[in-house]
Design a protein. Structure first.
Ligand code: AMP
Length: 397
């Protein structure tokens, strides 16, 4: 069954409830200014399609921050409502709560067109995927749209259970469509080969499942960042004082003993220091001396990895190659970003830190797709779909 998207829907006269990801960062100085509006801006195409398509009402919903099931003005969607009203040039009414008793009356007024429900996560039922909470939300509309890709890996009331009440009356938004189409090029064989995945960042345990899954399909898996040290230790090298837990060494050992192990490439040299704040020094061997910690991949590793990248036709990158927030240890990450930018392959970057690394390196416009949902994009690649997308496609009983 194919997933329906908003571009196939006639919204004329429909009451539409739509889930977005308006989880934007707010300034901490008390003024609650939105410091980065990207998430709202990238929802505008779907919002405009619904409104220009003639919907009679648009009820928008989102979460913001982690209020943990308790109403907290700090996490109110008020700044979002204000910004949306400015962008749309129309009134956007923010409700007192997402299941406020007054909502049906409000929606009954002919003057009410666009409503933003207050933060869904003020109610514990949202994250509990509560059926009754989902049912209440569903009573506001006759059509459901989900454009919150970043939360599609969560089984929450507004992303999952709500689908029980909109059989054949639901669609994915444009953001979801762009993500799914790009991720399918990576998640669904046949990918264009050679297919190279680059995985970095800090913890093997968080990414072990994705690595296991990737190893089946990729031709080469390049490992960098703090991810590399458990693998190096598992292959008998020394890692000095680098980040490296026993648990991660166990997991790395398992992968190095798998049938696919020959596809794994590890750093052959490093940029190290005596602390995260210390001066950088190059270690030209795979083993790291006792008193040093690895904080970036070295120049020979950059060369090796860039050579794989230059020949690839499909490239996935998740996780920085080093402690790139510190300019002493950002060279490896930026070199990989530049190698991706030069490549003619389909390049997909996913995961919060690799996205900020690619933005910082100034080459984001040369990447085929930068996924907005860190956890969601990784899970999509691992599982080939996400609970929120499956529910939209097949419904919920
Ligand atoms: P992750 O969320 O797993 O992608 O990890 C990203 C974080 O890992 C970033 O904050 C990096 O600074 C950090 N990181 C990457 N490589 C290293 C390293 N060699 N040592 C310490 N931290 C690192």
């Amino acid at each position: 069954m194919a997933l329906k998207y908003v571009d196939q829907i006639d919204f004329k006269g429909k009451r539409v409830i739509a889930r977005f990801d308006f989880n934007v960062p707010l300034s901490k100085d008390g003024t609650k200014k939105i410091t980065d509006t990207t998430r709202i801006d990238s929802s505008m195409q779907t919002i405009r399609k619904i409104l220009d398509g003639g919907a009679s009402k648009l009820i928008m919903m989102s979460h913001l921050g982690r209020p943990d099931g308790v109403a907290n003005p700090k996490y109110s969607l008020e700044p979002v409502a204000k910004y949306l009203a400015e962008k749309l040039g129309q009134d956007v009414i923010l409700t007192e709560s997402s299941i406020d008793d007054g909502i049906p009356t409000l929606l009954g007024l002919s003057t009410t067109k666009i409503v933003l429900l207050e933060n869904l996560r003020f109610h514990p039922e949202e994250e509990e995927n509560d059926r009754e909470f989902a049912r209440k939300l569903s009573t506001y509309a006759d059509f459901y749209v989900n454009d919150a890709f970043g939360t599609a890996h969560r089984k929450h009331a507004s992303t999952y259970e709500i689908n029980a009440f909109f059989k054949n009356n639901s669609a994915g938004g444009y953001l979801l469509k762009t993500e799914v189409e790009a991720l399918n090029k990576i998640a669904e064989p046949p990918q264009q080969h050679p297919y190279v995945a680059i995985v970095g960042g800090a913890k093997v345990s968080d990414k072990i499942k994705i690595i296991e899954r990737l190893l089946v399909g990729v031709d080469q898996l390049l490992i960098g960042g703090a991810m590399a040290y458990p693998f190096l230790k598992a292959s008998g090298k020394t890692v000095g004082t680098s980040l490296c837990s026993d648990e991660d060494v166990k997991l790395a050992t398992k992968l190095l003993n798998s049938k696919q192990a020959s596809k794994i490439s590890l750093p052959v040299d490093h940029i190290c220091s005596d602390s995260m704040e210390g001066n950088p020094q190059t270690v030209s061997a795979q083993s790291i001396p006792e008193n040093l910690m690895g904080l970036d991949i070295g120049p020979r590793t950059v060369e090796n990895y860039s050579s794989f990248i230059s020949k690839a036709k499909t490239i996935l990158w998740n996780g920085p190659m080093g402690l790139f927030e510190n300019s002493n240890f950002d060279k490896g990450t930026f070199a990989i970003a530049n190698a991706l930018a030069k490549s003619k392959a389909f390049t997909l970057v996913g995961g919060g830190d690799s996205v900020s690394a690619i933005n910082k390196s100034g080459v984001s416009d040369k990447i085929s797709h930068i996924s907005t949902g860190g956890g969601a994009s990784l899970e999509y690649i691992e599982l080939g779909s996400l609970p929120g997308i499956n529910a939209l496609k097949f419904g919920v009983e």
